[in-house]
Design a protein around this ligand. Structure first.
Ligand code: PEP
Ligand code: MN
Length: 331
């Protein structure tokens, strides 16, 4: 249950109500917002302090359109997604940051497309402990230099709670990977910053579980959550995963969070990525996350699915051409 308290309540009164109802204070501005279990219905004595009560039939609450009908806006200095905007934000770059040389080779191609957000993982959540695990802090420092020199915003992933503070400090958008969707230490730590969080759907998770994972971040006080569909595991094994565009439609209908599609991890093979990207763009998603590598065959992770820079550029051009038909602005 979500409670909107009246503006200008004394902090002691807010604390007393929260403690009595075992509620969490989600935000204080412009008015206090509390969330608590349905078992703790506020007594009449609090009527004078409570402006609105929102009751739900599930624990999908702060993320639900029944609570806020409009899509939340995520602001990033010079641009925004969600809300009233028709922007679709392109985020592209290698699966892993491998070296300065790798990025130096790739960046001129990305800049030609006007890319605003560069992706690149430094703490890689790999399936095997014997494959490349990412450059860690050294990779974050490379990304800092790239931001400074080229003006990109950076999205990079947090793998577990051991380095969550460092990643939050160094990045502009924090990516929580599919395998970490249930990592409550990571989710709660990401709830304590105000930076945008891109939460990827666990590949074996239902939409309800996905939405509830976002509630951990939202209820810890960070309203800037973006959901990312990146493919789920089905009976099909000819492709790496199955891109759940039905799930994207469900999110758009029922949840108030912007949604991003990652066709690269869903498909697992370069050849399908451009078509899936076009399909997602036509659905009106708020963002796209695409892996691009200067020499995909030599990539230290996800070599089969990363696009060549030239292929990325031609895909970008096609999306621009589709822009007016789909009423989306590719940014
Ligand atoms: C990635 O973006 O490189 C990644 C590891 O993604 P996911 O968590 O979706 O597998
Ligand atoms: Mn990858």
């Amino acid at each position: 249950m979500i409670l909107h308290l009246r503006e200008n309540l004394e902090p002691e009164s807010i604390e007393a109500i929260a403690s009595d109802l075992q509620a969490t204070v989600v935000q204080n501005d412009p008015y206090p917002v509390l969330i608590c279990s349905d078992d703790n219905t506020p007594e009449e004595k609090y009527d004078k302090d409570i402006q609105d009560v929102y009751e739900f039939d599930s624990d999908v609450q702060l993320s639900s359109r029944d609570y806020r009908s409009e899509t939340r806006t995520i602001e990033m200095d010079s641009f925004e997604i969600g809300g009233e905007s028709t922007n679709t934000l392109m985020m592209a770059g290698p699966c892993s940051v491998e070296s300065r040389e790798q990025l130096n080779e790739l960046i001129p191609y990305l800049k030609e497309t006007g890319l605003k957000v560069l992706r690149g993982g430094c703490f890689k959540p790999r399936t095997s402990p014997y494959s490349f695990q990412g450059l860690g802090i050294e990779g974050l420092e490379i990304l800092d230099d790239v931001r400074e020199k080229h003006g990109f915003k950076i999205i990079t992933e947090v793998r577990d709670a051991t380095h969550v503070e460092e990643v939050i400090r160094h990045t502009d958008i924090v990516q929580i990977g599919s395998k970490s969707m249930y990592n409550h230490g990571v989710l709660r730590a990401c709830g304590e910053t105000n930076k945008p969080i891109l939460l990827k759907r666990g590949f074996g998770s239902t939409l309800e579980e996905f939405a509830k994972a976002s509630e951990f971040i939202l209820s810890s006080g960070n309203p800037n959550v973006i959901l990312c569909e990146r493919g789920i595991r089905t009976l099909e094994n000819k492709t790496r995963f199955t891109l759940d565009l039905c799930g994207v439609a469900w999110i758009k209908k029922h949840l108030n969070l912007p949604v991003v599609v990652d066709p690269s991890h869903a498909m697992g093979y370069r050849y399908g990525v451009p078509d899936l990207t076009k399909a997602a763009f036509a659905m009106g998603v708020e963002g796209l996350l695409i892996e691009v590598h200067p020499n995909p065959e030599q990539a230290l992770s996800d070599a089969q699915q990363q696009l060549t820079p030239e292929r990325f550029q031609s895909l970008h051009k096609t999306l621009e051409e589709l822009s007016s038909a789909t009423e989306r602005d590719l940014i």
